[in-house]
Design a protein around this ligand. Structure first.
Ligand SMILES: [Cu+2]
Length: 443
């Protein structure tokens, strides 16, 4: 029996007012609006879209939470669920999320909106939702025990407030946080200003939640007890090469809203090929005169940072956490350092005892992904090699908290345009002997 049926049954038996909002919502699907309900690759300000008054935010690898209006109130319905979630091809885990997504969909509204958010708890643990950075009545703040009693399995709670601010915020469970956030219960919130100032407008507006997980290779449950050695570092709950690229046209004004709800780590997010300005935190927008140029922004745990820039250089530009262990996948850290060792004889001897034995690390970890993909290195089922994906030139030895900003001079739509085609003479390549001799006087 599914939980929904259980709720129905208990409503019949007990005569309680347990509401099956899911079923109702499904039967009235046509009244629900969603940013990019159509083609999210098209410019969003086309007439006919429900939120033509603002540039809807794009949540790569995720969606925006649908809403509808009832008597002037914006209605949302969040369902807390256990879900199979794919971090990248090859690795799935049973996580907790909202409305079929890990993390939850982005909540988007406009300053001045009256919001009513129903939260139905469909997991086997009590939970709450806290609205991080949001101004609201104390009893709506969602800290279990302090501001409300926890939402028990099968219950639907109602949160309601009027949006008094604009900016980038987050939501997450505030009941047994250590477990529930490690299982995935979090998401982004974007409130657009009612009267935007000229500096607010952008062509592309992205929201990315940074988080970290421990899923041991071959297992399928995040381990909430991990405190230091996280092995999945994610953007919107995806590891590279599972992260969706950010696409912009040359000259587009781009905003990237970064939130960090990792358990224990801050993330310095670095963008290649551009400089940006930090224009807002979860405390509000920063005056233009107080913004300074950067290429890396530190996003501390429990914070949001908006960065804005002009897509000024065509190409495929990396954007990633600059902590080197945060751009690796499922890497163990409990092996000896063998960089520079020549172990041929030792390895042959060990192989006599352990057929198929293969040691890694003599020249670093860059080859791991290739060894795994070509099949001469066995890894447990349901695991990600430490690094990588095949790139246009070679193997990309990056994983984890890594994505690509794709800037193009011509774009028919904002769909992923594939790899950048470099103009002749603009790619680093082996130097000719003649030129080395001429310029360096060697060879
Ligand atoms: Cu990091």
């Amino acid at each position: 029996m599914k939980r929904r049926d259980l709720i129905k049954a208990s409503a019949l038996v007990g005569g309680t007012a347990a509401l099956d909002i899911n079923a109702q919502a499904q039967s009235k699907q046509e009244h629900w609006h969603q940013s990019y309900a159509g083609d999210r690759n098209q410019p969003a300000l086309a007439p006919g879209l429900p939120n033509k008054d603002y540039q809807p935010v794009i949540t790569p690898n995720n969606v925006t939470l649908p809403w509808k209006i009832v008597d002037g109130v914006k209605i949302y319905h969040m369902t807390v669920e256990e879900l199979w979630h794919e971090f990248a091809p090859g690795l799935k885990a049973k996580c907790w999320g909202y409305n079929g997504h890990v993390h939850g969909p982005t909540i988007e509204a406009v300053e001045g909106d009256r919001l009513r958010v129903y939260v139905t708890n469909n997991i086997d643990a009590p939970t709450t939702v806290h609205w991080h950075g949001v101004f609201l009545p104390n009893g709506m703040d969602g800290v279990g025990g302090l501001n409300q009693r926890a939402i028990q399995s099968g219950e639907t709670f109602k949160y309601e407030w009027t949006v008094r601010q604009s900016g980038t915020f987050m939501y997450h469970s505030h009941h047994d946080e250590m477990t529930q956030m490690a299982m995935g219960l979090m998401g982004m919130i974007v409130f657009h200003p009612r009267k935007p100032t000229p500096d607010y407008g952008v062509d592309r507006d992205f929201a990315i939640m940074l988080s970290e997980w421990r899923v041991d290779p071959g297992t399928f449950r995040p381990n909430p007890n991990e405190m230091t050695d996280f092995n999945l570092l994610t953007m919107n709950a995806r590891c590279y090469p599972g992260t969706e690229s950010l696409v912009a046209k040359l000259g587009d004004r781009v905003r990237i809203r970064l939130g960090n709800l990792s358990a224990m780590d801050h993330h310095p997010i670095h963008l290649h090929g551009h400089y940006f300005k930090v224009t807002a935190t979860d405390g509000g927008r920063i005056a233009v005169s107080a913004q300074w140029p950067e290429t890396t922004v530190l996003v501390p745990v429990g914070s949001t940072r908006d960065i804005e820039f002009i897509a000024s250089e065509p190409g495929d530009w990396a954007m990633h956490c600059h902590m080197t262990h945060h751009v690796m996948n499922q890497m163990g850290h409990d092996f000896p350092n063998v960089v520079g060792m020549k172990r041929g004889v030792t390895d042959r001897q060990i192989r006599r005892l352990l057929p198929g034995y293969m040691a890694m690390g003599e020249s670093g970890m860059g080859d791991m992904g290739i060894h795994v993909e070509s099949g001469h290195m066995a890894v447990p089922k349901n695991s990600l090699p430490m690094v990588g994906a095949h790139g246009p030139f070679d193997y990309i030895t990056m994983g984890g908290m890594f994505t690509i900003l794709k800037v193009r001079e011509q774009l028919k739509s904002y769909a992923d345009p594939g790899w950048y085609e470099h103009p002749d003479g603009t790619v680093a390549k082996p130097a000719s002997k003649g030129q080395v001799a001429k310029d360096l006087g060697v060879g």
